[in-house]
Design a protein around this ligand. Structure first.
Ligand code: NAD
Length: 265
């Protein structure tokens, strides 16, 4: 199976670290020209340098934009008016008790995790349908179907990703544009390290050990019993972005190490 994205332009939101950077690297390796987006120039530069260090032939473009805002999305669209592949990866998370999350934090999570992807899909999908080919991927989470009691506002936004993705797939029926969601489980990224930083300090564990311990204690249904690596998650997104995935749309695909304990989905 050869995943060939030569000639395609791929926009990956939140691609200056973690899963987004991994997906950007994977898409570039498959031959796409990848647009790396982050809020700060140095973050974008560092991510592009990291990808190039592994793959000097990578075709990359960098855009600085805060995609949690309407203006930031407009900045990206002005720089990159069309795309063949859109990966809505941008997302923030923390563990916080329901009773400590005020309205403005709920709204911030909604803007970053949901509206960013809605706005980007609304812009990029019509030209994809005109050309008869496109791929839209939402990075949801196992927390979107197994809502953690201490991450309710996050879980709600990840469930919303699944709803938007499924509905949009139907809206784009017969156009050649597929829309899918992936559900990573705990994945060893900067975001996860940050969430577990206090626990790691208290326990004296390394960030990696703390991430694996988190899986064993907070997500005990995990079959792999460890945090996934970024590349393991990115591989599924790269497949979905490729022409080979043409019969998969409206799907929610797990790359969660078995955390969601169910036969289907
Ligand atoms: P991360 O925090 O490691 O990386 C997120 C990236 O987004 C960073 O580059 C950050 O600078 C950027 N970013 C943050 N706010 C931004 C904004 N407003 N505008 C532009 N860029 C912004 O995150 P991650 O762990 O790689 O998570 C990526 C996605 O995967 C998220 O949607 C998350 O919900 C999902 N996910 C992660 C895990 C996990 O365990 N890491 C598990 C399931 C799902």
């Amino acid at each position: 199976m050869k995943l060939d994205l030569t000639g395609k332009v791929a926009v990956v939101s939140g691609s200056t670290s973690g899963i987004g950077q991994g997906i950007a690297a994977g898409l570039a390796k498959a031959g796409a020209t990848v647009v790396v987006v982050g809020r700060k120039q140095n973050g974008v530069d560092d991510a592009m340098a990291a990808i190039m260090s592994q793959n000097p032939a990578a075709s990359l473009r960098g855009v600085v934009a805060d995609l949690s805002t309407e203006d930031g999305v407009a900045t990206l669209i002005a720089a990159v008016p069309t795309a063949d592949v859109l990966v809505n990866n941008l997302g923030i998370f923390n563990d916080k008790d329901f009773f400590s999350v005020p309205d403005d934090e709920w709204l911030h999570f909604y803007n970053v995790n949901v509206l960013s992807g809605v706005r980007l899909a609304r812009h990029y999908a019509p030209a994809m349908t005109e050309q008869g080919w496109g791929r839209i991927i939402f990075v949801s989470s196992e927390s979107g179907v197994a809502i953690p009691g201490d991450m309710i506002n996050y879980g709600v936004t990840k469930a919303a990703n699944l709803a938007v993705s499924h509905g949009l797939a139907k809206r784009l029926a017969g156009t050649g544009v597929t829309v899918n969601a992936i559900l990573p489980g705990p994945t060893f990224t900067e975001g996860l390290k940050e969430m577990l930083a206090d626990a790691a300090t208290q326990s004296g564990r390394s960030p990696r050990e703390q991430a694996d311990e988190f899986v064993k204690t907070a997500r005990p249904s995990s079959i792999i019993q460890r945090a996934a690596d970024v590349e393991e998650v990115a591989n599924l997104a790269v497949y979905l972005a490729s022409p080979l995935s043409s019969a998969t749309t409206g799907a929610a695909l797990r790359v969660d190490g078995g955390v969601v304990d169910t036969l289907t989905m």
